[in-house]
Design a protein around this ligand. Sequence first.
Ligand code: ATP
Ligand code: MG
Length: 399
Amino acid sequence: MKEIILLKDGEIALKGLNRYAFEDTMIKNAKHRLSSLGRFRFYKAQSTIYIEPMENGIDMEEAVNRLKKVFGIAAICRACVAEKSWDDICRLAPAYLKDTLEDASTFKVTAKRSDKKFPLDSPKICAELGGLLLEKFPHLRVDVKKPDVIVTVEIRDYAAYIHAGQIPGPGGMPVGSSGRAMLLLSGGIDSPVAGYRMAKRGLELSAVHFVSPPYTSGRAKLKVIQLAHLMTPYCGKIKLHIVTLTKIQEQMRDCCPEDLFTVLLRRVMMEAAEHISKEDSCLALITGESLAQVASQTVFAIACTDAAVQLPVLRPLIGMDKEEIIRTARNIGTFETSILPYEDCCTVFTPKHPKTKPSLQMVLDAEKLLPNREELLREALDSAEIVEVSMAGAKGYIE
Ligand code: ATP
Ligand code: MG
């Protein structure tokens, strides 16, 4: 029995003339996510994307699971391909849907006939196939209002397709269709969620993670590489830059007022991220900040942070409660890794009483106390490590 996957796009359909470019980006992403499962042929027709397996033994369930994470897809449908003959449809439908119908109590049949030359019209297809299925599965009842299973027959240009209804896709916009942005990825709960949310709006991600060895350890770094890896089924490949801030942080500790450490550090991070953004063609920065969650996330502190850079700073979690963020982190599978108790460079030299209402002037004055901030920043950027993280892993770390 030949199977196929049909994809419907959602919001993309609203994009008018750009629609084809959006669809092509979505197809490119879907191809990439399925590539390790085997060979597939992709084609578009009648506002549907067809994904046809080109070899035997492909794990179609896993293919569907992966497609559930490809942004831009509104609905996914795994279907059986039949010839456009009534006999073939009647032969294949009971066999293909056997397990599903045996588990159900009620069903209905719907039909879509875009090929009007097909001899039976839609009501006739529903009535005839409904009757046949009732005969083969006598425990079933028809329920047109709220059936357990909706058996669908689609008569299209090249073939007929039989399936048990469509499942929702992740929605959003295809990754890459909005350009590229730089995610400041910490080991915490928030920033992976922030990256996920912006990828869902079509941004491809680069990421930067700041470390401060020996105050932060190798396993803290590995944890962040793992987090990036967990994001790849949604976001695609992530180029992760790892930048060491030890010297700058030590200098801050030695020269600056303690209550400003956090905001000073956050400004260094933003500046470093902006520098790398230019190399990676990133159009914006993304952080996991949420208003008032901690001292560095007051509007006062955010104003000081933003003043360090020119690129727009996207903060998709700014209005979300921790509970909501955690829910998403659990859903996308990053939560368990995020809560591993390793150090972060933000917690190195943490002030006992961070200033919650810093003014920009105050912060700029404190920055002047750092004798060679620019030089140290340059050095940190020049010695950054780059890790290419993909669904397959990250060379040297996750094989
Ligand atoms: P998270 O859960 O993402 O760590 P948080 O609530 O712990 O967030 P902060 O530590 O104040 O908040 O960090 C705010 C944001 O700054 C993070 O969401 C992230 O975008 C960025 N950030 C913090 N630490 C780092 C780091 N070590 N490397 C890269 N970005 C960082
Ligand atoms: Mg953090």
